[in-house]
Design a protein around this ligand. Structure first.
Ligand SMILES: O=C(O)CCC(=O)N[C@@H](CCC(=O)O)C(=O)O
Ligand SMILES: [Zn+2]
Length: 357
């Protein structure tokens, strides 16, 4: 057994190992863990830096679950939540009932406490890594290689699951935090489904995680969650858990609900949902997607204006060169404003309230 493996089995600290080897580990490896009380066994496989799977041994499974975090390096709360889950599993403190793949997306960006090193990885999926995206994105960089690796890892994980049984459920929760504060500080983006019905059961799951604000996306994107939803039919979401903070500065009590729900989910404990009631949710649909096209792009509101703040019709939200971006609909609110994005990238979304039907 080499040192890396020995240390990981002793400490369960896969996040430190991942941050030590930013882009690649000397080798992958696997080992078996036994749950402390039930004595059930699981296979742990370290595929690469930041990529680790857990698979029950000699027990049947019906779910293939992906939990990703750190696709943006400075979004630390979800990374800390997942690091803890991984540690509990390695140390045999958390029961494993289903196949789970954990992904720490961008370790190099974590180490410099930035959203990305050269390019925003959450714009590089569904082939985004192989196309020229205009100013500021070279065709080759390490984040593009990593995005391709993540795509292939997701693909292999789901296809391996499909060999085990015919009817399986696929899930992917891509966990993030927002750059600015929000009226609703936990919310999820439900990727475009190309006409397939949205699942209320998934909304109930998210509510159990403390997330009851949902943004429906109605167009294809190059995000990680859309990739898993579209390519593999997974129930996949981008989940925003609070606000960007440095490692160690998150108040983990704010994430107790999401952590305990994820624990139950991967360990096969029942999740007791109340009956679905749309009144329990704030549901929005994406109205405008504003990409920066000009050098002189500016937002017409200050940095402390929160996500979900609405503006009156005709209010000029942004100036993109000569072009004025105006509010078009009653109740239209801003999400993810960022004037610093590269030209060609999304600088702002707007949403309006809707219903699921
Ligand atoms: O707060 C912000 O401006 C960005 C937070 C974030 O990283 N959001 C994701 C959303 C992905 C999606 O639309 O599904 C992103 O911008 O990549
Ligand atoms: Zn993010």
């Amino acid at each position: 057994m080499d040192n890396i493996q020995q240390q990981l089995q002793e400490t369960g600290d896969f996040l430190s190992l991942t941050r030590q080897y930013e882009w690649s580990l000397p080798n992958g490896f696997s080992f078996t863990v036994k749950h402390q009380s039930s004595q059930t066994k699981s296979k742990v496989t370290v595929l690469e830096t930041g990529l680790i799977t857990f698979e029950p041994i000699e027990r049947s499974t019906s779910k293939d679950i992906i939990l990703s975090s750190g696709v943006h390096g400075n979004e630390t709360a979800p990374i800390e939540i997942c690091a803890k889950l991984v540690q509990q599993l390695i140390l045999g403190k958390l029961e494993l009932a289903e196949r789970v793949l954990f992904i720490f997306g961008n370790p190099a960006a974590m180490n410099i406490a930035e959203r990305f090193v050269e390019e925003n990885m959450n714009r590089l999926f569904s082939g985004g890594h192989s196309i020229d995206q205009g100013a500021g994105s070279g065709l080759i960089n390490k984040e593009r290689h990593r995005a391709l690796l993540l795509e292939n890892t997701v693909s292999n994980f789901y296809l391996e699951g499909a060999k085990l049984s015919a009817s399986r459920q696929r899930f992917h929760y891509d966990l993030h935090t927002a750059i600015r504060g929000a009226k609703y500080d936990k919310f999820a983006v439900y990727p475009h489904t190309h006409g397939k019905a949205r699942k209320t059961e998934q909304l109930q799951f998210l509510k159990a995680c403390g997330v009851n604000t949902i943004l429906l996306s109605n167009s294809p994107t190059t995000t990680f969650s859309y990739y898993s939803a579209h390519q593999f039919g997974a129930d996949a979401f981008t989940v925003e858990l609070g606000k960007v903070k440095p490692f160690g500065e998150n108040d983990m009590s704010e994430f107790a609900q999401v952590k305990s729900t994820l624990e139950k989910f991967i360990s096969g404990q029942p999740l007791h949902y109340s009956a679905y009631d749309e009144n329990d949710f704030n549901i929005f649909v994406i109205s405008q997607i504003i990409n920066r096209t000009a050098d002189n792009f500016r937002l017409n509101f200050s940095d402390d204006v929160e996500n979900f703040t609405d503006f009156p019709i005709d209010y000029v939200l942004a100036q993109d060169g000569e072009n004025e971006i105006k509010v078009k609909k009653q109740g239209e609110a801003i999400i993810f404003p960022n004037a610093q994005v590269a030209i060609g990238q999304r600088a702002l979304l707007t949403v309006v309230p809707t219903t699921l039907a």
